[in-house]
Ligand binder design. Structure first.
Ligand code: HEM
Ligand SMILES: [Cu+2]
Length: 533
């Protein structure tokens, strides 16, 4: 890859064409078609949702601080877990990656903008509307959705509260936003690469997003179909998920997880890309095994379509089904292992330094791998009969999502913040944020493994006395983690408002077209494509 140090042709020379800056005022954000503006809006939206869903988690943990009813009634507790999960997945993690895609893909491939800029504006603005609708269910008569983010029938069909219809509508909108966004990513990558940037020269983050976009286009319509069937079951007399009318509630789970499992890879493949982007900079080496990284990502994406029923081992599948889904799930460990191997090999004999983005990256590699191992434990069918629906599952998916997806987003934020804002963030504060997060996240989620193995069920507002001590520790960890994220907010705002001026290169060993642009880059970049040698 020789995309570094290419001369950029974004113009410094005088020109009379309208190379205008952003419009002034609020309307700039409403009507913008600029990928940097839209990327920034996605990132801010995502962070707002992260704090909101995080506050819900804080209430959950306050309730679970002690056994017995503490703060909220059981009915409201269910609404809290449901909205926490839904908003973290669709409102925090996914929009953060779309925001990064918007900001970074055009500047990484030397394109002037996304291929479909007006669609891009629309993809973003659907989201605040969708989430306003979803959050407004909290104030509706008869409770907000209370069936968990997986909204299994018949909890969501026969027994769903009236607000379920608003939930369905909001999911439809989120799906539209994701599909339009994904089409835009594919169109941009396939059509707008600068001359000389062949597919196998693309930065690895661009590759992982290309594959993620195909996953989105494949499975978001399945989710839309799933909520539509739910809607017709609720109101138009169908019985897709109702045994009394000839349907089958287990089919709900098949449809949901056919979307749901690829969805978890939608939340982790861009993270793999970010980590593979950052690691070479701070090891001062090239990424080990670029091509194998690309193939491993493709393999993971393919396998993600044939493992969905590992979420359904206890539904009474035929033995052949249990075995099939057990083995395919275990197979995912192979390409994932290739990735972890490559990351370790990249570090081998590297001249490593430990700036904040690197710390988050190292924590990702270590802790995501832990989450992968508990996933492997869960994939062993007979063992899953024991783990299913316990806190072991909660520990597993939080290890892959929080020190996995969320840490990769934090790493990305610190890594590109000087590029975006033109200022370096405060390294001491960044490291403080890292260590607080790293320690508290393990205090929060590690003991959950033991709670689960000892039999504590998930999605409960109360528990048996023997789980009390560990739950207290977990809650304390959660409060510290939650509070630490306010420090992150402070660091970001402080960096935007001032600080040491960042050079174009920012990090001494960073490679890629984005580092050839000034920090911050002008409003329009690469209106003339750069040449890649
Ligand atoms: C401070 C950080 C967090 C804390 C303390 C926390 C805590 C919790 C708790 C207590 C539950 C309910 C467990 C149960 O009884 O089933 C839960 C569920 C869940 N969380 Fe988190 N969480 C955090 C961050 C996240 C993040 C970043 C994500 C996603 C990227 C996430 C995704 C989920 C999902 C999908 C569920 C399942 C919801 C459901 O069962 O309906 N969480 N979390
Ligand atoms: Cu899965």
């Amino acid at each position: 890859m020789s995309v570094s140090n290419t001369v950029t042709s974004h113009d410094h020379h005088a020109h009379d064409h309208h190379d205008h800056g952003p419009a002034k005022g609020l309307l700039r954000w409403v009507f913008t078609t600029n990928h940097k503006d839209i990327g920034a809006m996605y990132l801010w939206f995502s962070f707002a949702m992260f704090l909101f869903a995080g506050s819900l988690a804080m209430i959950i943990r306050a309730e679970l601080f002690r056994p017995g009813e503490q703060l909220v009634n059981p009915e409201f507790f269910n609404q809290l877990t449901t909205l926490h999960g839904l908003i973290m997945v669709f409102g925090a993690v996914m929009p953060a990656f779309v925001g990064l895609a918007n900001w970074l893909i055009p500047v990484m491939i030397g394109a002037p903008d996304m291929a479909l800029p007006r669609l891009n504006n629309w993809s973003f603005w659907i989201l605040p509307i969708a989430f306003s609708i979803l959050i407004s269910t909290l104030f509706m008569e008869g409770s907000a959705p209370n069936f968990g983010w997986t909204f299994y029938a018949p909890l969501s069909s026969t027994f769903g509260p009236p607000s379920t219809d608003f939930f369905i509508f909001s999911i439809h909108m989120m799906g539209m936003s994701s599909i339009l966004g994904a089409i835009n990513v594919v169109a941009t990558i396939l059509n707008l690469r600068a001359p000389g940037m062949t597919l196998m020269k693309m930065p690895i983050f661009v590759w992982t997003w290309l594959i993620t976009a195909f996953l989105l286009i494949a499975v978001m319509p399945v989710l839309a179909g799933c909520v539509t069937m739910l809607l017709t079951d609720r109101h138009f007399g169908t019985s897709f998920f109702n045994a009394a009318g000839g349907g089958d509630p287990v089919m709900f789970q098949h449809v949901f997880w056919f979307f749901g499992h690829p969805e978890v890879y939608i939340m982790i493949l861009p993270a793999f890309g970010i980590i593979s982007q950052i690691l070479p900079t701070f090891t001062r080496k090239h990424l080990f095994g670029y091509a194998s990284m690309v193939y491993a990502t493709c393999a993971i994406a393919f396998l993600s379509f044939i493992v969905w029923a590992h979420h359904m081992f206890t539904t009474g599948m035929p033995l052949a089904g249990e075995l099939f889904f057990m083995y395919t799930t275990m197979l995912i460990a192979v390409p994932t292992g290739v990735k972890v191997f490559n990351w370790v090999a990249t570090m081998f004999k590297g001249a490593m330094s430990f700036e904040t983005p690197m710390l988050f990256t190292l924590a990702f590699i270590f802790l995501f791998t832990c989450g992968g191992f508990s996933g492997l434990m869960l994939s062993i069918t007979p063992a899953d009969f024991q783990y299913q629906d316990t806190y072991f599952v909660v520990a597993h998916f939080h290890y892959v999502l929080v020190p996995g997806a969320v840490f990769s987003i934090m790493a990305a934020a610190y890594y590109w913040l000087p590029k975006w804002t033109g200022h370096y963030y405060n390294e001491t504060l960044g490291k403080t944020h890292f260590w607080l997060s790293f320690i508290s996240i393990n205090v929060t989620f590690f003991p959950m493994h033991f709670l689960g193995l000892a039999g504590m069920p998930r999605r409960i507002p109360d528990y048996a006395l023997q789980f009390a001590d560990f739950n207290q520790i977990v809650s304390i960890g959660a409060f510290v983690f939650g509070a630490s994220q306010l420090l992150f907010l402070y660091i970001v705002i402080k960096t935007i408002r001032g600080g040491e001026k960042a050079s174009a290169q920012v990090w001494e060993n960073a490679h890629g077209l984005e580092w050839t642009l000034p920090s911050p880059p002008p409003y329009h970049t690469f209106s003339t494509p750069p040449e890649i040698k």
